[in-house]
Design a protein around this ligand. Structure first.
Ligand code: AKG
Ligand code: FE2
Length: 243
């Protein structure tokens, strides 16, 4: 039920004021952790709209709007800029300090052909299925999170130590990466990663981004991933929005 309401595309061309559209997206984010805008007015100012949710953070090489599209010669590694499937993650676990509050993607060129869906599942719901004791331990223990193999090959070598779970201004912040965290066999982390992946595989929603569509999610709450695809023309823009 929840998934149907969350996925029902928002049409920003039907709102009688810009503020009504912002309120609609903010309401979906608060209720479900994500919002999908299927239609936007002609000449829509994505950056101006998204800045209402917070400041845009610089990405890997300092760019505030980053291109998500397959790059040549990167198909042999785990990397967002290729055509392969990703594994579930939250964004920015490898950064110093807090991860971005929101992640937004908009579609310059949709994927034609099979696959290419962006997938999302509710990390808070996943955490709710753990024991209180495990949640406490996930706040106390710190793990080493590192950036993807693809980024490392391109000279971006970032790693930082963080707990899975922390609180900021009364809001829970979850970090998750199935593959880019050092898997210490402490009896907690590996079972947590496996439970997270099982939850994601079972509960995720799939979004096939339409031309000009906008997808935004609460990155402190939601896990995301994507399915493999074949169309090397698939091209999205991405912004990361700070707390
Ligand atoms: O390709 C996608 O749909 C999502 C890629 C991703 O994980 C990201 O941009 O953070
Ligand atoms: Fe991502």
């Amino acid at each position: 039920m929840t998934q149907l309401i969350a996925m029902d595309p928002i049409d920003l061309t039907e709102q009688d004021s810009a503020g009504a559209g912002t309120d609609l997206v903010a309401g979906r984010l608060a209720a479900y952790g994500w919002a999908y805008v299927g239609s936007v007015p002609r000449g829509f100012d994505y950056v101006g709209f998204l800045r209402q949710f917070g400041d845009l953070l610089p990405q890997y090489r300092g760019e505030k709007v980053w291109d998500l599209k397959p790059e040549p010669d990167m198909d042999d590694v785990y990397h967002s800029n290729n055509t392969r499937a990703l594994t579930p993650h939250t964004e920015g676990y490898e950064l110093a300090g807090l991860p971005p509050r929101y992640v937004a993607l908009w579609c310059v060129t949709p994927s034609s052909g099979p696959g290419g869906e962006t997938t999302l599942a509710d990390g808070y719901e996943m955490l709710g299925g753990l024991t209180e004791q495990d949640r406490e331990s996930l706040r106390e223990r710190r793990y080493e999170w590192h950036c993807s193999e693809g980024l490392a090959r391109q000279g971006v070598h970032l790693s930082n130590s963080h707990p899975v779970l922390e609180s900021y201004a009364g809001v829970d912040v979850m970090r998750y990466s199935y593959n880019n965290v050092a898997r210490v066999p402490d009896g907690l982390l590996i079972p947590f990663l496996e439970a997270g992946k099982e939850f994601f595989d079972r509960e995720h929603s799939s979004v096939l981004m339409a031309q000009d569509a906008l997808l935004i999610w609460d990155n402190w709450r939601m896990m995301h991933s994507r399915n493999a695809f074949t169309d090397r023309g698939r091209h999205f823009k991405r912004v990361l929005i700070g707390a």
